[in-house]
Design a protein around this ligand. Sequence first.
Ligand SMILES: [Zn+2]
Length: 336
Amino acid sequence: MSLIEPSSLAPGQWHNIPLPLPGAPGGSEAIMHAFVRRSRKPGPTLFITAAMHGDELNGLEIIRRFMRSRKLSSLMGTVIVVPVVNVHGFGMGSRYLPDRRDLNRVFPGSAKGSLAARVAEVLMQEVVMKSDYGIDLHTAAIHRFNVPQIRANLDTDETAEGMANAFGVPLILNSELRDGSLRQAAGDNGIPVIVYEAGEALRLDEISIRAGKRGITNVMMHLGMLRGMPKVPADQAVADSSYWERAQDSGVFHVLVKPGTYIKKNQLLARIIGPSTMQATEVRATRAGIIVGFTQLAMVYEGDALFHIARYRGMHEDVANQVEQFHEELGPEYGT
Ligand SMILES: [Zn+2]
């Protein structure tokens, strides 16, 4: 039985559609709430999902602000938003489901599979398969921070490439996934999905939230679902590969570079102080690139992933300047 039938809903307002999920052992119900809004004017259907990982909160706030946007009065088509996909994980402040599975590795899911597979199946059948396009909102994992960035398959999916560019953040990571993610499963069904990664789990980050809300609006303008032209930075950088710079020693971690900056090969990025020797171990860049993610913890183990560094096409310092300008533009105003 299908629970979401946009054509049966009154246009011009949000409708809260509860999608039942397997409940908790104690008997409490679990419900995934989808909010649907359609217009009288015809147009495509876009889904927007958040908290696929139950501790990633920026997406929920992005969706809340988006739902209140006055621009929606000019909507053409239908939007389905799901502020919390991983309802079970969200209730525990956990990235994972109670069965310890990562929901974003079990798509397209199965009605007869694990708890995670059943949750994935509900989202797939009720939301994804009824849409033409999708945007999946994420943050970095706990104690890590991602500079606002879009991840999409640019090589074989022109529609996703157009959406990725229109979103309007300076950094785009090109990647084709075969990992059981929502993005992969939707793509396999001809539904292009881009992933927005920004900020850190269990925290709200204002720049990431503003950039996310603006990005959704931009993509909808690009798809002809809202009036207006997307606001896109003059220079966007596309990365084809990335790597993690890892700790070569355990100790207290001092960062010497800013996120979003361009770094040269062999540049000094950080120092790790070992308490037994009080000596500093230098962390230098193995390759040149832009820092797109980093650990937030000042205490690290040898082998810990410290900096996520992306290698960009035609890379130069202008891209990093663009990132800095972007942050200034969207940053909270202080004083005046
Ligand atoms: Zn995530």
